[in-house]
Write a protein that binds this ligand. Structure first.
Ligand code: CP
Length: 301
């Protein structure tokens, strides 16, 4: 992988992804204290710039920073930044970049020109969720979790259920599936599907789950809907429940990027299904983000 920004996955090869997974596997066997204390003297810093809310991505990047010896500089748009005084996103990124962090991790909406900004700052930018365009580290951690459980990705059939139209996670899986050779299909009501789907679509949950080896359900992103979604109807037809999950193979996997709307995408009992690997996804998130940061450090060393 080059020391360039990671805005999408299109520029990665299967070998790049395998190398990242291999580094994450090695990290999973290391002490959680990582190399942070040893490496911190190098003065590496990571600016974590979050213009939209986040729990998993922000805190897993922060954990990864501590373990890999990057001092984290966290900007939370909702508390105490000069965005509240009207500063623009663009000025915010450029001013933080002027402090010369080793890397910037940015979560933002579609209204931010992250690609343009990445050409104007002197450090790599890692996309931590960019509008509907993509969430590359989420797709990588999902795929790493599947790889770890199933021993590989080729031949895996990932059914993406729900609000695909507004999903950056789905957008990144469309890219990664092509690189790593797993199949993707969609299962959603018409109003949640993209205008033109390039992968198979199941209109009934049961048929989709019978096809799948992985059931990946997505959060209904009410904040990105223009109209009012009928959540009761959605849950009735596409919600994961113990009875609907009988159609998923016994060795299938149940995934969700989080945060979950309980009673919408799934009922709480699904958290106790032995096929549920949702918290394993979160653990993978730290490893994948550590592996990414370590690859940056190794290039600087
Ligand atoms: N999956 C994910 O991006 O979660 P957060 O919004 O909590 O970071």
């Amino acid at each position: 992988m080059s020391a360039a920004s990671l805005l999408d996955l299109k520029s990665l090869s299967a070998q790049d992804v395998e190398r990242l997974f291999s580094a994450a596997r090695t990290l999973s066997g290391e002490s959680p204290s990582g190399r942070g204390d040893f490496e911190r003297k190098r003065g590496l810093t990571a600016a974590l710039v979050f213009f939209e809310p986040s729990t998993r991505t922000r805190l897993s990047f922060e954990t990864a920073c501590h373990r890999e010896g990057f001092g984290p500089l966290v900007l939370d748009a909702n508390s105490g930044s000069s965005l509240e005084k009207g500063e623009t996103y663009e000025d915010t990124v450029l001013n933080i970049a002027a402090m010369m962090p080793s890397v910037m991790v940015v979560r933002c909406g579609d209204d931010v020109d992250l690609a343009g900004l990445s050409k104007r700052v002197p450090c790599p930018i890692l996309n931590a969720g960019w509008g509907r365009r993509g969430h590359p580290t989420q797709a990588l951690l999902d795929a790493y979790t599947i790889h770890a459980r199933r021993g590989g990705l080729r031949g895996q059939k990932v059914l993406i259920i729900g609000d695909v139209r507004h999903s950056r996670v789905a957008a990144s899986h469309f890219e990664l599936a092509g690189i790593m050779g797993y199949e993707v299909a969609l299962c959603a009501p018409p109003e949640f599907l993209p205008e033109s789907a390039t992968v198979p679509v199941f209109h009934e949950l049961r048929a989709g789950l019978e096809w799948a080896t992985v059931a990946m359900t997505l959060r209904v992103q009410l904040e990105r809907h223009s109209g009012k979604a009928d959540l009761e109807a959605y849950h009735r037809d596409f919600g994961l429940r113990p009875e609907s999950l009988k159609a998923l193979p016994k060795d299938g996997l149940i995934m969700h990027p989080g945060p979950i709307n309980h009673g919408v995408e799934m009922v709480v009992e699904v958290m106790r299904d032995p096929r549920n690997v949702i918290l394993e996804q979160v653990r993978s998130g730290v490893l994948i983000r550590q592996a990414l940061l370590r690859s940056l450090w190794e290039r600087k060393a």
